[in-house]
Design a binder for this molecule. Sequence first.
Ligand code: S3P
Length: 169
Amino acid sequence: MKNIILAGFMGTGKSVVGRLLAERLGRRFIDLDKEIEKKEKKPISQIFSEMGEPYFRKIEKEAVKGVSQLKDCIIAVGGGAIVDSENLEALKKNGIVICLLASIDAILERTKGTRKRPLLNVEDPKERIETLLEYRAPYYAKADCQIDTTNLSIEEVVARVLEILKTNG
Ligand code: S3P
């Protein structure tokens, strides 16, 4: 069976949806950022602050390569992963890439109150979200399909993914 890859911006629910989906389907769940943290033995925010974003992107790419060899897994990747076309290509080889979307306000609401996301750790996170989303939209559009999660519960997003799998799985 193909992997199911959940991509999309921070705060769109990739990890929670992925975990529940894996439980439903009895498949293994992999959170790519958690794998990177395990390998580097430090949180993503510390990798960014100590080594910089280019270093993070380099190890993210290696991690993508690794999980792209697997089958049967549910994989959540970080919000910037599929902005790299080679990453998207690798993930598509063994899997269906589903991009989760959400409105700027929903993303702001869902990501506030945590310092875990270095890219949003700025004075005006709303402006940062707008700028990043505008830049990333064409890359997110290259996923196999998209789900707007703005007004959906986690259960409802899982149900949409299951519907997609019926026709594309
Ligand atoms: C990033 C998203 C984060 C993490 C890193 C960079 C991004 O993952 O990979 O902070 O570029 O959008 P989540 O999307 O899981 O928060």
